[in-house]
Design a protein around this ligand. Sequence first.
Ligand code: PMV
Length: 303
Amino acid sequence: MASSGQGEGKGKLILFGEHAVVYGCRAIACGLPRGAVASISFSDEPYWEIADGTQIVIGDAAVQKAGRLLLEEFDLRPEELTMKVSLEVPPGAGLGSSAAMAVAMARAAAALQGLDDACEEKVHRAVAASEAVFHGNASGIDQAAAMGEGFLSFRRGERGLEIEALEARSGRWIVARVAPSASTAMMVAGVAARRAANPNGTDGIFQMIESIAIEGRQALKQGDQHRLGELMNANHEALVELGVSSEVLDMACERARQAGAYGAKLTGAGGGGCILALVDEEHEEKVKDALESLGDVFRFTLP
Ligand code: PMV
């Protein structure tokens, strides 16, 4: 048993397929170069600190519950530990901070208990338990992206998870947080209620979203930015139909397109939160300026 353990998890972006992915459809995501770093040690003075650069976030009830469930997988309890988590992506911004934190903590807990790399299965289970608190019926896509880095195609099939790493050409991506994030669990529950009321119509939207994701996977591999942009716009429209967009998300996507983005869509659970735009070098500044009056803007060159 080690005296302390360290671990790391990545943030994420969902490019195509959010919500439909919960129902077994294919989706495309990307693990970001940064996410969260955790350090856990045994202590007589238990303490849990989550720092996001400038501030210490005092864990709310959901965070406490998720942390406890995660640690249980490693036979650990918060009362016997000092835990420090440093978030490198902002919480509540649709960048997968909860999954990044959970992966970092699970890896740190595994290291503390002296478990080797063969315990990835345990890490998976621990993170899934934590993510279920935040997402309700979570697909696992955030978790898959948080455990690695780079683009991936993801599907929760009948025979388990299908995760394929994608070779993609480099692109410039802009994320803008244009409204406070809605609860992912509530948005997922809202879609479930819509599907219960109108199964055929809702499954039709899921099928459309999946075909967009499959084409998006191809366009990513080919580095076809124009097609990627069109597909992002089409995915956004499908999410509007699903009822998970909002006026400000629609307006932000439109502004990004008018400023020269190849395409734009909401990313993540919707209801608020972030949009994602794909840009070229020439229009990057213009798109950033167009979105900055609406909220925080983050830029990534990926992969
Ligand atoms: O709220 P986010 O950014 O973590 O995105 C969740 C993605 C959903 O498809 C809505 C839910 C899920 O678990 O896949």
